[in-house]
Design a protein around this ligand. Structure first.
Ligand code: ATP
Length: 531
């Protein structure tokens, strides 16, 4: 616990990404099992003790310190763990037990119940100093909020053991804390973990925005860019899972899809809702609005299933009957997918058709003419390209019809005025000044305070309060975890801003909970839109 506490402290005091990577990597290399595995779980938000909630800490503190002092201090400090760690009264008797290890903390906390949790937590707090208490509360409540993304922790893991981060991502989803198999593989003392026994998520292949590249359509195939949500369907050993773009299991929200796949396969496609108009370019798909009512539900009513039935427009095949096809060129995977289609339920699956165009000028015309609401633009895929995780140059491009949209990361928030004065509703967001995986930082590119519904405002306000990492007067700085799709009228060069650009009339178009922050857009994408 002491080492982990020292790591958290050092991370808070180290602003640079490379410095953070170095600290985590060293910790993972030098700490024993299972502690380092539990630390990795905490850094990737995979720790959950159902008996312990933020309220457990509040209840405990109310029983140990003056409630008025607690409330005032908590308000001033703004962080429950920090306040509690500083206010915790030192035990009257000297402690017999040494500070607990992380593994010991896990054993003790996982046996606690809602009723016993405050006493159990108090016993552990008594064995620690203020730094250790801070780390314990962060760990136990499963909310570190110190500005470390899961991706950063995985990159640090890869760096610690000199293994490719793509392989870490590939195995990650089949692993549970404290990740003993993963550590053993990374250290070279065990074979790679098996990924063929469970319906596991595989990292998605992503696209680059088409900017100034010259594309020869002889090498690329064009497909419509459908405006739904990205899904991966995995069927193994009689079980089917539907995964979102971020790797979350959303099978319960889409039971009609999960229940329709019976072949051992891993498929990639766009989840859409059937619209009333059949045929046309969109092939009977409704706009994103129709899909919105189906998102984020734990269970779906029969009425909703009937009113807004989902289907998946397939565009790739990763694995079939245990055969990994990802190394094959796109054209061969496509042939296999076309051959597979007649074996799938036509009510739930169709094929993303390709667009015939003799060159890019002809494609530009077709793209400009497509007015269907379910079409967002065009995708270009290299015919020879394997299916690779992440965003690789030259393989997949997206060429949106409405180009003035950009994915930014929330950086700062302020309260609004009038009716919104109690909500954090003014948002400053940024783009990456280069490759975030190579140490690039976010630079603020704009501010927006509308474009969201009241329900979204409540979500955003809660997000800001729970993800604050620093306060500057009325401004809260948030950890870099939430992505906004921002719409704007135009963007101009500007000497007044560090980013060198200024957007006109930016507004929040969509909250992208399915997109990790390191995949938000880069400044160069915004600069390419300058008029
Ligand atoms: N035919 C298609 N082939 C591949 N992706 C498609 C297709 N139609 C729609 N899409 C969507 O477009 C996205 C491609 O862009 P990218 O890989 O950059 O992901 P993204 O950042 O989620 O995209 P965006 O936010 O621009 O929709 C995919 O994630 C997928 O959801």
């Amino acid at each position: 616990m002491e080492r982990f506490a020292a790591l958290l402290d050092a991370l808070l005091l180290t602003p640079s990404r490379n410095g953070k990577l170095e600290l985590i990597a060293r910790y993972l290399r030098e700490s024993p099992d299972p502690d380092r595995g539990w630390a990795l779980a905490a850094l990737t938000s995979a720790v959950d003790f159902p008996a312990i909630k933020a309220g457990t800490v509040r209840t405990l503190m109310a029983s140990r310190v003056d409630p008025v002092l607690w409330t005032l201090s908590r308000d001033f400090v703004g962080d429950t763990a920090e306040t509690a760690s500083l206010l915790w009264p030192e035990p009257e008797q000297p402690q017999k037990d040494p500070p607990p290890t992380l593994g010991e903390v896990v054993d003790i906390l996982s046996q606690s119940t809602r009723g016993s949790a405050p006493i159990v937590l108090a016993g552990l707090l008594d064995r620690l100093d203020a730094q250790g208490r801070y780390a314990l509360i962060k760990f136990a409540t499963g909310a570190l909020r110190i500005g470390i993304s899961a991706r950063l922790a995985k990159v640090a893991f890869a760096q610690a053991f000199a293994v490719p981060v793509d392989e870490v991502e590939e195995y990650w989803h089949g692993q549970q804390p404290p990740y003993s198999d993963l550590f053993a593989w990374a250290a070279g003392s065990a074979p790679p973990p098996r990924t063929d026994l469970l319906p596991l998520f595989r990292p998605f292949m992503l696209a680059h925005p088409l900017e100034k590249e010259t594309i020869d359509l002889a090498d690329y195939v064009a497909e419509w860019k459908w405006d739904g949500i990205r899904v991966q369907l995995v069927h193994v050993g009689g079980q089917t899972r539907v995964y979102s773009r971020g790797g979350d299991d959303i099978s319960a929200s889409f039971p009609e899809i999960a229940g329709a796949l019976h072949l051992p396969a891993v498929l990639d496609g766009e989840l859409l809702i059937r619209g009333s108009a059949q045929g046309g370019e969109a092939g009977g798909a409704a706009s994103f609005n129709a899909l919105q009512q189906r998102l984020g539900r734990k269970a779906v009513s029969k009425t909703l299933l009937a009113e807004a039935p989902a289907f998946v427009r397939l565009y790739d095949l990763l694995i079939l009957n245990g055969e990994d096809l990802r190394e094959l060129p796109w054209s061969q995977r496509r042939t296999r997918l076309e051959e597979l289609l007649p074996h799938l339920d036509p009510a739930r699956f169709d094929l993303s058709r390709t667009i015939d165009a003799k060159d890019m000028d002809a494609l530009a015309e077709i793209r400009a003419g497509a007015r269907d609401a379910a079409i967002e633009g065009v995708m270009l895929k290299h015919r020879q390209s394997p299916y690779v995780a992440g965003r690789r140059t030259g393989l997949w491009y997206k060429w949106k019809r409405e180009p003035l949209l950009i994915d930014c990361v929330l950086m700062y928030a302020q309260r609004g005025s009038g009716k919104r004065s109690s909500f954090y509703s003014d948002f400053t967001f940024g783009c990456w000044n280069g490759d975030p995986d190579a140490g690039a930082e976010l630079l603020p590119v704009g501010k927006a305070y509308f474009g969201f519904t009241d329900e979204e405002l409540r979500f955003l306000d809660r997000h800001v309060r729970q993800h604050t990492v620093a306060k500057y007067g009325p401004v809260r700085e948030t950890d870099r975890s939430l992505v906004f799709e921002v719409a704007f009228d135009s963007v101009h060069l500007s000497k007044r801003h560090k980013s060198g650009v200024a957007m006109r009339f930016p507004r929040i178009h969509r909250i992208r909970q399915d997109k990790p922050a390191h995949e938000a857009d880069r400044l160069e994408t915004l600069r390419a839109m300058v008029t």
